[in-house]
Design a binder for this molecule. Structure first.
Ligand code: FAD
Length: 150
């Protein structure tokens, strides 16, 4: 088995056909990784996501340097993984950000039940505020296995 490094175009193809990734953020040298759904915007080179306010949002507000890992794994010999390194940016309900918000919502609507599980209630927790955010991509890397026998 060989491992091939994807070029940025191939990385974007993977992001474009995926909607689930692992979002990593960090605060005070402590990493934190959670699965999230996202929508890739190839025109603006960013991914949009939706969340209630909880640990990840509070941490990303303090330290906007984040990483999104996206994977297509069949088994240990057949996989593709992409890492998007970027910056967390909240998209507010303001006239200046109306266009970005519209774009995000447009892309969310292409996914059935797009607000779940982000907006699902955790027993005993109240998260009244919701946030739309993007990860503005600064760097993309990807790797894929190559197998002679398919
Ligand atoms: C397939 C899938 C898709 C998802 N899509 C989204 C999405 O689009 N947007 C979104 O906001 N969330 C999504 N979630 C849920 C997400 O993974 C987090 O559980 C959730 O967002 C809460 O994160 P938080 O940082 O706000 O934690 P909080 O609610 O603030 O919880 C605090 C503590 O709970 C623990 N915790 C939080 N989440 C998890 C977890 N998943 N597993 C184990 N422990 C946990 C952590 O230790 C953390 O310290 C998805 C989950 C799955 C499985």
């Amino acid at each position: 088995m060989l491992i091939h490094a994807l070029n940025p175009h191939e990385c974007r193809e993977v992001l474009g056909r995926s909607d689930l990734g692992r979002l990593g953020c960090a605060r005070f040298d402590q990493p934190y990784v959670v699965p999230i759904h996202f929508s890739f915007d190839s025109d603006r080179d960013c991914v949009y996501a939706f969340s209630t306010v909880g640990q990840k949002i509070l941490w990303m507000r303090e330290n906007p340097k984040v990483c999104l890992e996206v994977e297509e794994i069949r088994d240990k010999d057949h996989w593709t993984t992409v890492l998007a390194i970027g910056r967390y940016q909240e998209i507010h309900q303001s006239p200046e950000e109306a266009e970005a918000r519209r774009r995000a919502e447009q892309l969310f609507l292409q996914r059935r039940g797009w607000w779940l599980p982000a907006a699902a209630k955790v027993t005993g927790h109240e998260h009244p505020d919701v946030v739309v955010f993007r990860v503005q991509i600064d760097r993309l890397t990807g790797r894929r296995t190559i197998n002679k026998n398919g």
